[in-house]
Design a binder for this molecule. Structure first.
Ligand code: EPU
Length: 431
């Protein structure tokens, strides 16, 4: 298994380009299930999760062709058996999102329950509630969800999609894809407003769907007979962009992130501003401004509290990176995780670098220290892993991050991009 080895202390400087958004591309690929015509997705990032999703589409009978330069063609001419096996779904939770489109296209679907994950239970009850409201019969057998449309097909309905933790991105997508060919009108209330939902809706509209209001909490879908093929380019990854800005902020360097959407990162940029990191912006770029060194060290960031919330609130997918930043800030900061209350696997590892952290339920209290001291660490999930890499960039000595395959699920060539900014980072194989 690969290990990332980081020698801390370099001030990062330079430019990186954001790849296509992982959390948008996965559902755009599943949208191809909705038509027998060809769908071409552009700006597809080279990620392990994308390969997993393409594998699922092939298993379902799809013809998948990589056209080069991030373009992928998918043609689901026939779907002999609408079944997504546990072996595929267990690798990646997002594969559960084949359920809605399979049900819409084939009238039935059998998809493995995704199971838990390292940061909590992550139920799918709201996905199923939405599909039931459209008339589907849902049963569970041997760890699988069996969904069956009524004889006349799915029927539009008004559906409230809220969870105790806010709106659900995955349930909004699953139900939206099931509803595009349902009879009549579907109204999704408390729908997720994330940019990735808007991207999917725009792709569905190009395929002939009638979807209004995506990006707001109320989405209205008028069912159509059938969808056709299209070409669609994935939006830039806001979480990847935020992570590289965090790398600039923590090292005090000038990191310019190009091909990004500053308007998708408002809450994160606001928090950086409060913390004392200046960020210049243009229409499609952001750049952290260097902080002055004083005495023997860098001017420290200021302690800044954040609470994760559904979009446009502070994203849970940038919480771990923020914890790393605040572990070195001046003062005490409070980070509250409202989406996944157990998403704190990184705290114990950061403590091994010297961080002073206390956790009370969903709240982490960080007393900023001056410097981390490098150590060997274990990565647990995608964002926790990258937060440890950020810590390694400024730690005294060497930091080794084990089990980095988690990072490859969501960050394209992370060590190459960080090296191009001047980081001293390399990948090796563990014994
Ligand atoms: N929830 C329920 N019931 C449901 C569905 C969700 O209670 O049926 C709860 C969840 O447990 C959570 C909250 O609702 O507390 C929000 O979960 P959501 O459904 O929005 O999450 P998701 O769709 O499974 C996507 C991203 C995650 C990201 C979350 C929140 C993809 C593939 N994944 O997950 O991304 O953290 O939205 O923004 O889009 C990551 O990229 O590292 C990642 C985990």
């Amino acid at each position: 298994m690969d290990v990332l080895v980081v020698e801390g202390g370099e001030v990062l400087e330079g430019t990186v380009r954001t790849a296509g958004a992982k959390n948008a591309v996965l559902s755009l690929l599943t949208a191809a299930i909705l038509t027998e015509e060809e769908v071409v997705v552009e700006n597809v990032p080279a990620l392990a999760d994308v390969r997993t999703m393409l594998g699922i589409l092939k298993e379902l009978g799809g013809e998948v062709r990589e056209l080069g330069e991030g373009r992928v063609s998918i043609r689901m001419a026939e779907i002999p058996e609408p079944v997504a096996d546990w072996n595929l779904v267990r690798k990646m939770r997002a594969s559960f999102e084949v359920l809605g489109p399979l049900l819409a296209r084939c009238g039935r679907a059998q998809v493995s329950y995704p199971g838990g994950c390292v940061f909590g239970l992550r139920p799918v009850d709201i996905h199923l509630k939405g599909l039931r409201a459209l008339g589907a019969t849902i049963t569970t057998d041997a760890g699988y969800v069996l969904a069956e449309a009524p004889p006349g097909g799915l029927v539009g309905a008004e559906i409230y999609l809220g969870t105790p933790f806010g709106s659900s991105v995955g349930a909004t997508r699953n139900v939206m894809m099931a509803a595009v060919c349902a009879k009549g009108t579907t109204v999704l209330q408390n729908a997720a407003c994330e940019p990735e939902i808007v991207d999917l809706a725009q792709c569905l509209i190009k395929m002939g769907a009638r979807v209004l209001g995506a990006g707001s909490p109320t989405i209205v879908i008028e069912g159509v007979e059938r969808l056709h093929g299209t070409t669609h380019s994935v939006i830039p990854d806001r979480i990847e962009a935020g992570t590289y800005l965090a790398a600039g902020a923590i090292t005090g360097g000038r990191v310019r992130v190009e091909n990004c959407r500053p308007d998708h990162l408002t809450s994160f940029l606001d928090a950086l501003h409060h913390a004392g990191c200046a960020v210049e912006r243009g229409t499609d770029w952001l750049e952290t401004q260097p902080r002055e060194a004083f005495g023997s060290g860098l001017e420290r960031l200021r302690a800044t509290d954040v609470t994760t919330q559904p979009y446009p609130g502070f994203p849970t997918d940038l919480q771990a990176q923020w914890v790393t930043l605040m572990s070195l800030a001046e003062g005490i900061s409070v980070v509250t995780e409202r989406i996944y209350t157990d998403r704190y696997m990184h705290l114990a590892e950061l403590t091994r670098l010297g961080a002073r952290v206390r956790r009370q339920g969903s709240i982490a209290i960080l007393e900023g220290i001056e410097r981390f001291s490098g150590a060997s660490l274990m990565a647990s999930d995608l964002r926790a892993s990258v937060s440890l890499v950020l810590a390694g960039l400024v730690a005294r000595g060497t930091t080794e991050i084990h089990r980095v395959y988690h990072i490859d699920r969501g960050y394209e060539r992370v060590e190459a991009r960080l090296s191009s900014l001047g980081a001293n980072i390399r990948r090796t194989s563990a014994e």
